[in-house]
Design a protein around this ligand. Structure first.
Ligand SMILES: NC(=O)C1=CN([C@@H]2O[C@H](COP(=O)(O)OP(=O)(O)OC[C@H]3O[C@@H](n4cnc5c(N)ncnc54)[C@H](O)[C@@H]3O)[C@@H](O)[C@H]2O)[C@@H](O)CC1
Ligand SMILES: Nc1ncnc2c1ncn2[C@@H]1O[C@H](COP(=O)(O)OP(=O)(O)O)[C@@H](O)[C@H]1O
Ligand SMILES: [K+]
Length: 528
């Protein structure tokens, strides 16, 4: 599990550490670790002298970059060209002195030029020089903003970023500048890094939807006590703000049956999905549930899709009966015509599932049946909307979200998923290239974010597969956060495994699940 701590928790941990250490020691640890990574990324070709350019902001992030350049000069035996481009009128004076001592070239990009916006700026010689260096740099260090950064960048920095050559290896110091360190706001101006070197622990930006901006992540140990018990003024044990389940967690979480198990003890999942119009969704959800290893799958639906499921998934049984969890809603028409008896009966079956005390996964049309929290307080509930469905749900139920649209959910996915989780007292799994699993805020549990699927997985019916997969895990007794994040991981990996590097149809994702689960379980045996 990758765990990330909030900026406030990191700052508190830094203070605790600094109280025990000589002045400047933490930054030295950070900068030394950073310099080692940079040294490892220098080109092997020794015919030309490698050029490392650091963009240096006015805070401690800039300090890290300056000290890293200074250490790099010592660390690498070969001659190097080292350039620090200052992007702020504030300076980390100690870092600057160290860089000067190490004969790093200092270019003050803020100097000269006329006042006014960027277009009116008369480019100073220093700025021109910085732009030229960035165009040919082997490695560019982004030390503009760290965890003190707010989303967005000054024009000068944007201009400098645009000058970075296509072949440069861009290393973000701690976080990619311009990107929200808390990972709440996705998109917007900012650095796209090939890799990020962070200090002490991962931050939310590294695991949430902003993770794609960070590239490969290296955590340099600087001796922070996050996640460990510590005796201090703020004695409470800190909890991570965000988590990501990875391949090595599958074995610990996946419900592997033992010799004492039978189909009932493994969990029966009931699927109330589809209708006479949408017949594909039930087939996909039921197939996925069977392939995920449900003890048994019951399908509830009208004759059309029932016939299809009978023909294609002989393992499924039909009609209502005892189950351990329900999947409600894939392909369900929540508002059938008053003359559509079969449609009305299907909505009735869905409502009965929602009114039960059993765990429920609620997807697609099932979401349209929710008017508030489920009647049985404490009944485990996992809602699985995509961004458009979440917008529609909140616009309907939350007066403060009236007019909410898909685009706003995409920019602030966590904010809106949290809101729905709070309003409906349910865990919200928000689907997309990053899938968020957001427990009700009152639970105090960390948000999870998974980004395991290739973009090929974004195909019609793929969500119906995820519903069957996650529903099976709920029926096996997993809580909604584990069921949702594990299902998202396995769904994504199965989409890759089914056809690495190429298109995949939803049914194939479902059919790949047995082998993907076996592979991930075997991997744990190898690692263990
Ligand atoms: N505190 C410590 O002991 C350590 C700090 N470290 C480094 O220090 C960094 C945090 O340093 P700081 O707290 O100085 O913060 P930053 O270096 O992130 O700089 C914040 C400054 O930039 C300004 N700013 C924020 N967003 C802006 C924007 N969008 N446009 C323009 N200006 C903006 C702020 O007003 C503030 O003055 C960490 O990310 C890490 O790199 C590391 O050296 C490890 C040890
Ligand atoms: N760009 C993407 N990259 C990776 N996975 C994606 C991407 N877009 C969508 N997905 C995944 O594909 C599935 C789509 O689900 P959904 O939107 O409900 O489709 P449907 O209703 O057609 O089944 C989700 O699991 C989602 O996380
Ligand atoms: K940075």
């Amino acid at each position: 599990m990758i765990q990330a701590w909030s900026v406030d928790d990191v700052r508190a941990a830094e203070e605790r550490a600094m109280a025990q250490l000589p002045d400047g020691e933490l930054m030295q640890r950070a900068a030394t670790g950073l310099a080692q990574v940079v040294a490892a990324r220098l080109p092997d070709d020794t015919s030309t002298q490698p050029l490392v350019v650091a963009l240096v902001g006015g805070g401690n992030n800039g300090g890290d970059a300056l000290w890293a350049l200074a250490h790099l000069a010592d660390l690498v035996g070969e001659p190097l060209d080292l350039v620090a481009v200052l992007t702020s009128e504030h300076r980390h004076e100690e870092g600057l002195r160290a860089a000067r001592r190490a004969e790093v070239e200092i270019v003050d990009a803020t100097r000269g030029g006329s006042k006014g916006g960027s277009k009116a700026r008369r480019r100073s010689k220093a700025l021109d020089h910085a732009v030229e260096a960035l165009a040919v740099a082997d490695v560019v260090l982004d030390g503009v903003l760290g965890i003190g950064g707010r989303p967005g960048l000054p024009d000068l920095v944007t201009e400098l970023l645009e000058a970075i050559g296509a072949d440069a290896h861009v290393i973000a110091v701690d976080v990619p500048s311009g990107v929200d360190p808390m990972g709440e706001i996705v998109g917007g101006a900012g650095v796209f890094a090939d890799e990020t070197v962070t200090f002490g622990c991962a931050k939310p930006v590294h695991v949430l939807g902003t993770a794609s901006r960070c590239g490969m992540l290296t955590v340099v140990d600087i001796g922070l006590d996050l996640g460990r018990d510590h005796a201090s003024a703020s004695a409470a044990r800190t909890a991570p703000a965000a988590e990501r389940v990875d391949h090595d967690d599958v074995a610990a979480l996946w419900p592997v049956p033992g010799p004492e198990d039978d189909k009932y003890s493994r969990g029966v999942v009931g699927v109330v999905a589809g209708g006479e119009v949408y017949t594909g969704a039930p087939l996909l959800s039921v197939t996925a549930a069977v392939c995920a290893g449900a003890g048994m799958v019951r399908y509830v639906g009208p004759p059309g899709p029932t016939q299809l499921v009978r023909a294609e998934v002989p393992e499924a049984v039909h009609g209502t009966g005892r189950v351990q969890a329900w999947v409600v809603g894939p392909g369900l028409d929540a508002h059938p015509h008053s003359w559509d008896q079969l449609g009305l009966a299907q909505v009735e079956a869905a409502r009965r599932a929602l009114d039960s005390e059993l765990p429920c996964l609620v997807d697609a049309g099932g979401l349209d049946l929710l008017d508030g929290p489920r009647t049985h307080a404490g009944a485990r509930t996992l809602l699985t909307p995509h961004a458009g469905e979440l917008a529609r749900l909140l616009a309907r139920l939350d007066p403060e979200a009236s007019g909410l649209d898909r685009e706003r959910v995409v920019v602030e996915p966590l904010r809106w998923a949290r809101r729905a989780a709070d309003l409906l007292r349910a865990t919200v799994l928000l689907k997309g290239s990053t899938t968020y699993v957001v427990p009700p805020p009152a639970s105090g549990l960390a948000v999870r974010a998974q980004a395991d699927a290739p973009a090929w997985a974004g195909t019609a019916g793929s969500g119906d597969v995820l519903a069957g997969l996650a529903g099976t895990l709920l029926a096996a007794g997993l809580d909604p956060v584990d069921a949702g994040s594990l299902a998202a991981l396995v769904h994504g990996v199965a989409a890759h495994d089914a056809n690495p590097g190429g298109p995949v149809r939803a049914l194939e994702i479902a059919q790949q699940v047995p082998r993907t689960v076996a592979r991930l379980l075997a991997r744990a045996a190898e690692v263990g």
